[in-house]
Design a protein around this ligand. Structure first.
Ligand code: ATP
Ligand code: MG
Length: 583
């Protein structure tokens, strides 16, 4: 918390922020106001109606909804009208195949148009959309499709051959495979999606789903263990819309770019649904991370609001690029980040290099949408996740052994980060794991599994995941604090910190460090870093051991897997590795 706040000033803003007075909004906001703002075209509530169909019938119909950038930089645009027609066709394809309301439609694909069309078309049919990350191997695909009772899989011919064909006998419920890139049907059950789409009508009656009906199945990132399947309902769209308005601050003319893959919840909630609910243009890049490419996208597409993740920001920070002379990023108005703690260093890097601070926000698969955030109009305290969104109550609580729960109102105390589970996008279950779901709720609270603290002004500070907290010599140490201190050293690109069992002090703080390009590991540098951390953190919290690594193990969604660092350090089983980023 040694960083100065970054103040905001309204004066130079061309676009007036949607959330002007946070305190006022917290006092007056009610989710029922969203009822009036989001008038769909149906008797029920369907995400695809709110995100798409209602715009296709409005004066936004010819606005670009999605712009796809292929790897070779070619562009394919879909207006709201076109996307609406294509997704109608997809819903009709499902109907023709006998796919019913509530059946699960899985998609295994890169960021190609078919994925987005399938997602929204599935919702229109009243079926459940479940995205899979295209780089998963066969076993993680099988695990998820089996647990999720997949009826339909949309994928490409190559992905099908490489990863799914051999699994078919083990997936008896899987009836239809729709291949997005073949001209003719292969056999009954393995269909050419383009051919079916061509034969389908481009209007359809959207299933009048009810607000509480299941719409989305999202598997968690598997950072702390076996991924869980979180169930979300159509009403979650209220939170997607509301947070895109107040946190992302979307306005009708915005060009929005969410860099997350729809295989993770961010890439669906904010890479598909939320921007469409506001009728804006979303950029979708088919290629993987590349610093020059990303800056060129921001420049050439004139991106105004950018939503990315700490792992990408750290990769950009590693490179010493003079952004002001090399790229024209003058259209960029707001930068947001989610997924992992955002080191204060990164917030300030944004301010210095992009001329814009990075706005951290916190949420998880289970919450379906952003819960705690930094807002355009509010000063940023670098290292803080910000404050709860209007309409959501967050608190620090402590659980007692007798099952009771106590809210900690005193500022500066660590405890469980908890939410009142009365907002529309809270998950409605873990698939086939009722017991685990029930355990997340204690008294009036949903316990998030993260530890945090609240300062005297209501800003929340991430301390760590419950599973990652280190208990050393009677102190509780959050790895984030130690990692952020190490990150301040100019040689450090990334750090991951764990507790290593130690008979004298409980756990010993050990750091794993990846260096910036051009920096060589050495004994002298190790001692320098240990000394640097001790000076910043004090001897009780600073790491006692430090090891250099080429790079740190991460999930495919870019989160440092401390459980794996720990398992490897201790020679323990590595556990579920389905989401580990490889190569
Ligand atoms: P699993 O639950 O399977 O271990 P996961 O928790 O990483 O995986 P996600 O739901 O994708 O799966 O991630 C949510 C978690 O990511 C949060 O609970 C939190 O630990 C972390 N996180 C997300 N955003 C932030 C943030 N801004 N600051 C700190 N941590 C964050
Ligand atoms: Mg989790």
């Amino acid at each position: 918390m040694g960083w100065s706040p970054i103040e905001k000033s309204f004066k130079n803003w061309l676009v007036k922020p949607n959330l002007q007075d946070y305190e006022e909004a917290r006092r007056t906001f009610s989710w029922s106001t969203i009822d009036d703002e989001l008038k769909g075209t149906l008797a029920g509530l369907n995400i695809a109606d709110i995100a798409l169909a209602r715009h296709a019938k409005s004066d936004r119909a010819d606005q670009t909804a999605l712009r796809f950038l292929a790897k070779d930089w070619s562009i394919k645009d879909f207006t709201y009208r076109e996307l609406n027609a294509q997704t109608n066709r997809f819903a009709n394809v499902l109907k023709t195949l006998g796919v019913a309301k509530g059946d699960s439609v899985f998609v295994l694909a890169g960021r190609i148009p078919a994925l987005y069309i399938a997602a929204l078309g599935t919702l229109k049919n009243g079926s459940v959309f479940c995205p899979l990350f295209s780089a998963f191997g066969p076993e993680p695909i099988y695990q998820r499709m089996n647990r999720g009772d997949a009826t339909v899989l949309v994928t490409t011919a190559a992905l099908y051959q490489q990863k799914v064909a051999a699994l078919r006998d083990r997936l008896p419920k899987l009836q239809h495979i729709l291949l997005a890139d073949i001209e003719d049907h292969l056999e009954a059950g393995i269909w050419s999606l383009p051919k079916l789409m061509q034969a389908a009508a481009d209007d359809c009656a959207i299933a009048p789903t009810q607000p509480e009906e299941m719409a989305l199945l999202h598997f968690t990132s598997g950072t702390t263990g076996m991924p869980k399947g979180a169930i979300h309902v159509h009403k979650a769209v209220y939170a997607h819309y509301m947070t895109a308005k107040y946190v992302l601050d979307l306005h009708p003319d915005d060009i929005f770019w969410c860099t997350a893959d729809p295989g993770w919840v961010t890439g669906t909630s904010y890479g598909i649904i939320a921007p469409l609910t506001h009728g804006v243009t979303s950029i979708i890049d088919e290629a993987e991370f590349d610093a020059d490419r990303w800056y060129r996208i921001l420049e050439t597409q004139k991106v105004t609001v950018w939503y990315t993740a700490p792992t990408a920001i750290r990769r950009l920070m590693r490179l010493d690029i003079d952004l002001k002379t090399q790229y024209d990023l003058s259209h960029l108005r707001l930068v947001h980040s989610v997924g992992e703690p955002l080191n204060p260093e990164a917030v300030v890097w944004g301010q210095e290099k992009l001329g814009l601070p990075i706005h951290d926000n916190w949420w998880q698969t289970e919450t379906g949408g952003i819960m705690i955030a930094n807002y355009a109009t509010m000063p940023i305290r670098p290292g803080s996740m910000g404050r709860p969104i209007p309409g959501v109550e967050a608190a620090i609580v402590r659980r007692h052994e007798d099952g009771t729960i106590e809210q900690i109102t005193q500022p500066g105390m660590d405890g469980d980060l908890a939410l009142k589970p009365d907002f529309p996008s809270i998950f409605r279950g873990y698939l086939h794991d009722e017991e685990r779901y029930r355990k997340c709720f204690v008294g009036d609270w949903y316990i998030t599994g993260d530890l945090a603290m609240r300062d005297q002004d209501g800003y929340f500070w991430f301390v760590g995941r419950e599973d990652d907290i280190i208990k050393t010599s009677g102190h509780m140490v959050g790895p984030f604090e130690v990692e952020s201190a190490l990150m301040e050293h100019p040689a450090v690109a990334e750090a991951g910190v764990i507790g290593k069992p130690n008979p004298m002090i409980g756990e010993l703080v050990k750091a794993f460090v990846a260096l910036k390009p051009g920096q060589e590991p050495s004994e002298a540098l190790k001692l320098e870093l240990l000394g640097f951390a001790r000076q910043k953190l004090g001897a009780a919290v600073a790491p006692k051991e430090l090891e250099f690594q080429e790079s740190l193990p991460k999930t495919r969604s870019g989160k440092i897997m401390r459980r794996l660092l720990k398992a490897r350090e201790l020679g323990l089983p590595e556990g579920d590795l389905s989401t580990l980023e490889t190569g």
